[in-house]
Design a protein around this ligand. Structure first.
Ligand SMILES: Cc1cc2nc3c(=O)[nH]c(=O)nc-3n(C[C@H](O)[C@H](O)[C@H](O)COP(=O)(O)O)c2cc1C
Length: 123
């Protein structure tokens, strides 16, 4: 029987156990959507605690889809790649995979928040 503490494989990525930190928006990105030092430390802490994998909080792919919840992680500009790489490097030091959850808030956000017209699928 498979144990929660046994290893697992998800799409070719090996997890040392089956305990996964589910995607959780922390509100710890800076004003440009980059992970802050505090956020990196939080992820390092999770990895040091030997969680099997980490899924990041939802990460915006476009400014017009930015969350009304503050300090969302963003991946809509090249300058965000290096800080995200650094976060990944720190987590990988503990042999822990980290998955980036991407998101667009569509009609669940407002132009008052994003500064752009609201876009969403429509019937
Ligand atoms: C503060 C908070 C932030 C969350 N952020 C996200 C998120 O960014 N993306 C997501 O898919 N789920 C998010 N969730 C949902 C959690 O990942 C999880 O699915 C949910 O809490 C149910 O799990 P539980 O029954 O163990 O609490 C969030 C939940 C909480 C409490």
């Amino acid at each position: 029987m498979r144990s929660v503490f046994g290893d697992a494989n998800i799409a070719g990525v090996t997890l040392k156990n089956r305990i996964i930190r589910s995607a959780t928006h922390e509100g710890m990105a800076d004003e440009n959507g980059c992970p802050t030092e505090m956020m990196m430390k939080k992820y390092e802490h999770l990895a040091r605690g030997e969680v099997g994998a980490i899924i990041t909080g939802y990460t915006g792919v476009q400014q017009n889809g930015k969350s009304p919840m503050l300090n969302m992680l963003m991946i809509d500009s090249d300058f965000q790649v290096e800080p995200l790489r650094e976060l990944t490097r720190r987590v990988h030091e503990y042999g822990t995979p980290v998955f980036l959850q991407i998101a667009h808030c569509g009609r669940q956000t407002r132009s008052k928040i994003t500064g752009f017209p609201t876009v969403a699928p429509y019937e």
